[in-house]
Design a protein around this ligand. Sequence first.
Ligand SMILES: Cc1cc2nc3c(=O)[nH]c(=O)nc-3n(C[C@H](O)[C@H](O)[C@H](O)COP(=O)(O)OP(=O)(O)OC[C@H]3O[C@@H](n4cnc5c(N)ncnc54)[C@H](O)[C@@H]3O)c2cc1C
Length: 491
Amino acid sequence: MTGNRATGLRFAVVGAGMAGILAAIKLRERGEVFTVFEKAERIGGTWRENRYPGLTCDVPAHAYTYSFEPYPEWQAYYATGAEIQVYFEKVVDKYGIRPSIRFGAEVTGLVWDDASATWTLTLASGEVQVFDVVIVASGVLHHPRVPDLPGLDRFEGAAFHTARWDDSAPIDGAKVGLIGCGSTGVQIVTAINARVDRLVHFQRSPQWIMPVPYFTYSEEERAAFRADPALIDAIRFSDEYIGNVRRFTDAITDIDGPQMKAIEEYCLLNLENSVKDPVLKEKLRPNYRAACKRLIYSWSYYDAVQQPSVFVETGRIAEIEPHGVRMADGTVHAIDTLVLATGFHADRFIRPAGVTGQNGLTLDAFWARRPTAHYAITLPGFPNLFMLNGPTGPVGNFSLIDIAERQWTYIDQLVDVLRRGEGRAVAVTPAAHAAYEERRIAAAKTTIFGSGCSSWYLDAEGVPASWPWSYDAFDAAMAKPKFEEYAVLGT
Ligand SMILES: Cc1cc2nc3c(=O)[nH]c(=O)nc-3n(C[C@H](O)[C@H](O)[C@H](O)COP(=O)(O)OP(=O)(O)OC[C@H]3O[C@@H](n4cnc5c(N)ncnc54)[C@H](O)[C@@H]3O)c2cc1C
């Protein structure tokens, strides 16, 4: 590679969810030239795709907002998915980025060329464009995981994944089967138990439930937020939220420490005090440590699951029949509507798009063992490619908006190297990334996520695919990249 490029960088952003919108706003602020490619016809990602009853963000609404765009209009302490979608639509219009988004534009290929220090981006339509920098904001919880249940294709009622909610499917007065007991499954139980004739919740492993407060904001409170945004900051930066995030990450990383003990006691007391029927209580008692799986925050699940309309089925599903679900013990549950709350392939990221970096290195090859990225953002051999919410980033019960904003701070400083004309490309060195991954894996195994349960946090080898250190350590890492870990190419 030869020559410097001080200005005029061309940016591609893949995805117009929360992270891609963030990138677009930040690039516009910097006066950069960019295009956002979104395969769907609307912005919103997660919040566009997930419309199931009860969908609620379990981060307090005022913390699940961009720090630069507080939102006085939230209706309650926790926002619904539909409200969040409205928020992102408003933000996109306010910041004037809609014209920069290409909808119906699925990125299917990215190929790096050392000689020109560019990425050639291919769309599903066959259209090809060339960019200097690519921001991958294609999401984590995006590719639905549909279980391989015998007979599922012969089911004659409505059957669908929660991210593909079928509004025409019978719920009111119907016999509903719900497979899956993560946050989504739990939220659906709370939302539909009063509507159904019968809800059979097929539960492979029960969840620890952290009781949390829920309240709505009055019109007077919203008016006060509008008049004085400092009131919003007081919630967002309160000890209740930021303190909780710190305590939670302390608990995750110091699994025998006081914060984890407090979480365990709180969840156990919630189970003991809330569930009356001893048989149901034992069905709902997890046999792994609290927060090993993503901890479920709920103010109403235990009430909901004790309603007479709900039956928790803990047996093994043998097969799906045309009108029901047959268990291994021979029991058959008649079902009209079968809901699959079975999660996502959390290891796909931008794939199935083909990404080829330096020397023909493909993303599939680089990720053959496990998806990794340096500080969840950059990959050796893939210059000028930056991920938001990439593999091994922080996971847990805190705002991914906050995480993405901090990641942008890190990315922006690496792009500054190009803006200053110090080179045409930046890439983390293989040695720096290997050393980082070694430390990360060793630490990740000691976190609560590695304490012996199965969860979507674990990679194929059972290693938690997450940031394994404290929130403050993440904050510090994002504040300034270690530039010595990067090679500047084309100087
Ligand atoms: C049910 C559910 C509940 C959640 N609850 C919370 C919560 O309580 N708190 C929290 O912090 N997070 C939560 N999350 C995580 C949530 O995904 C993130 O908070 C956030 O929305 C992620 O934004 P994103 O932009 O990174 O990804 P996404 O929202 O997934 O957006 C990615 C976008 O990229 C597009 N795209 C993907 N591939 C391509 C391609 N090849 N070409 C073009 N476009 C592409 C997609 O269509 C999508 O619009 C939840 C997720 C789910 C599924």
